[in-house]
Design a binder for this molecule. Structure first.
Ligand code: UFG
Length: 340
């Protein structure tokens, strides 16, 4: 199967691309490198440098035998979205609208979309199930919820077979592919920057949440387990798959275990052997106190099973990626760019 991976130069898109290639699929990465990295494009993938809103580039790629689209390209920072909501409505909603229109014209009817736990906001009960009432607390979460609804409408009207995967907090790395954002805002990479000596202390955003130690609780999932879910979702949208034509199915992806910011810090101290000093900072606007997933639906319907649910393994893999980063980047070299 030829898969168009939109946003395949980012953290999750690059890991999923590697797993698709290893499973024997052909991969075309389309990415404008606004936040991704050229050298993160999986070796063996074709690379088109273009925005998802570049209709000519997207249509040309789709018309070259693509059977399935995986859509990762988005802005995804809760704090930034509170300050600049317009960027989120434009990139996330208009970007996906353009992609869906191009898919309809090209006759591409299978889609796997990167949605998020941020669509739920402050949950009424835990763990969060897919049919919980969504009350997103940030423009980021609202923009992704809008996209989920838009995909649902397109599926019903235009016979799309679509899956939205609602990620909780993705962590860890696989060989040669891991997390690096600029600027970095996520907890585990920021903790590891302190351990690597790049930053003096970790700012802990808020210690007065109604959680046992006062810091926010999140459900961390290994990026490799997340990639497995994408492969299952790809199959599910196929001719004999669980998600047939005209259907859109939403699946949560987490392990069902919550860890506080302080627990993540303790794990990272054990893994790295570094004391990782902290400084107390104000709450970050838009952050819900607790997000923990129920992933029963994807387990039951698609047979997903996390193989690496331990936080310690995620932090260990992320730490290995941080330590090997320079060397790996050098030895791999960038993917060859295709002109469209
Ligand atoms: N945090 C800190 N200091 C930091 C970074 C983060 O205290 O330097 C805290 C945050 O305030 C939050 C927790 O650590 O309480 C986790 O923050 P992240 O930025 O790592 O992750 P988020 O929970 O904000 O967001 C991530 C993804 C979203 C997704 C969400 C779902 O970025 O796309 O998980 O849980 F929606």
């Amino acid at each position: 199967m030829k898969v168009l991976v939109v946003g395949g130069a980012g953290y999750i898109g690059s890991v999923v691309s590697s797993r698709l290639l290893a499973a024997g699929h052909e991969v075309v990465v389309l990415d404008d490198l606004s936040s991704g990295h050229h050298d993160a494009v999986a070796p063996g993938a074709e690379f088109v440098r273009a925005s998802v809103q570049d209709d000519r580039a997207v249509s040309t790629a789709l018309n070259d035998g693509v059977g399935v689209v995986m859509h990762f390209a988005a802005r995804s920072l809760v704090g930034e979205s509170v300050l600049h909501p317009e960027l989120y409505w434009s990139t996330n909603v208009q970007g996906t609208r353009a992609l869906l229109d191009a898919m309809r014209r090209a006759g591409t009817r299978r889609l796997v979309f990167s949605s998020t736990a941020a669509t739920y906001g402050e949950p009424g009960s835990l763990p969060i199930e897919e049919d919980a009432v969504p009350r997103p607390t940030s423009p980021y979460g609202r923009s992704k919820l809008a996209v989920d609804l838009m995909i649902e409408d397109d599926s019903l009207a235009h016979g799309l077979s679509a899956v939205s995967l609602r990620y909780f907090n993705v962590a860890g790395a696989i060989e040669g592919a891991g997390e690096r954002h600029d600027p970095e805002t996520h907890l585990i990479p920021n903790v590891l920057r302190v351990a690597a000596g790049e930053v003096e202390a970790l700012a802990v955003f808020g210690d007065d949440y109604s959680t046992p130690d006062g810091t926010c609780i999140r459900d961390y999932i290994h990026v490799d387990d997340l990639a497995t879910a994408h492969l299952l979702a790809l199959e599910a949208t196929g001719p004999d798959g669980a998600v047939g034509a005209g259907r859109h199915r939403v699946y949560n992806l987490g392990n069902g275990n919550g860890f506080s910011v302080r627990e993540v810090l303790d794990t990272a101290r054990r893994v790295t052997g570094h004391p990782i000093p902290t400084m107390q900072a104000d709450r970050r606007p838009g952050d819900p106190a607790i997000l923990v997933a129920s992933s029963q639906r994807i387990r039951a319907e698609l047979g997903w099973e996390p193989r690496r649910p331990g936080l310690e393994e995620m932090v260990t893999d992320a730490w290995r990626f941080v330590q090997n980063r320079g060397r790996e980047r050098h030895s791999r070299g960038p993917a060859v760019e295709k002109e469209i």
